[in-house]
Design a protein. Structure first.
Length: 168
């Protein structure tokens, strides 16, 4: 009987300039919406201004906290699953792939990746250009050639490598 091999890793996505710009945009949009809702002060439905402020504030809070992202990598018997965890409360499956189906598995190189054609590009790393990242190219049913950029630690790499095709 074969022993089941499993490893998990949690990667917190770093807060980047694009995230800051999104948060500022959301905040400015919320303030603008609140300013526009002040028009209600001069109408018979002025009692709606407080619920409007509360609703706008709540939506802005939800949108900004949705920028807090983590990725979980899990490998079990050669099947790699990547999940996206939003604000430590919502989990979405990003991709599940058999490692033996990787056409390429190499250390991250932006120039090399830019030359690869793909139908889907999945970035599940701590930042846009991961220092110790890897990328995998594989064919995903219904989507086509997919490139996954991620940051596995040494334990994850040790669990992935035995399942890679020996032709590399």
């Amino acid at each position: 009987m074969l022993e089941s091999v499993m490893a998990e890793q949690l990667i917190k996505k770093n807060w980047e300039l694009s995230d800051t710009l999104k948060a500022v945009g959301i905040t400015l949009g919320a303030l603008l919406a609140m300013g526009i809702s002040c028009v209600l002060l001069f109408t018979p439905v002025y009692v709606l201004i407080f619920p409007a402020f509360v609703g706008i504030s709540y939506l802005a809070y939800r949108f900004i906290t949705n920028l807090l992202v983590e990725f979980e990598y899990c490998i079990v018997d050669g099947e790699l699953t990547v999940d996206k965890i939003i604000n430590k409360s919502k989990r979405k499956k990003v991709v599940t792939v058999q490692v033996r189906n990787f056409e390429l598995f190499e250390p991250y190189d932006m120039e090399r990746i830019s030359g690869e054609s793909c139908a889907a590009y999945i970035r599940a790393a701590e930042c846009a250009v991961p220092e110790n990242g890897y990328y995998a190219a594989f064919n995903q049913p219904g989507i086509g050639r997919t490139i996954l950029v991620f940051s596995p630690n040494e334990k994850m790499l040790a669990r992935i490598k035995p399942y890679l095709r020996k032709t590399r």
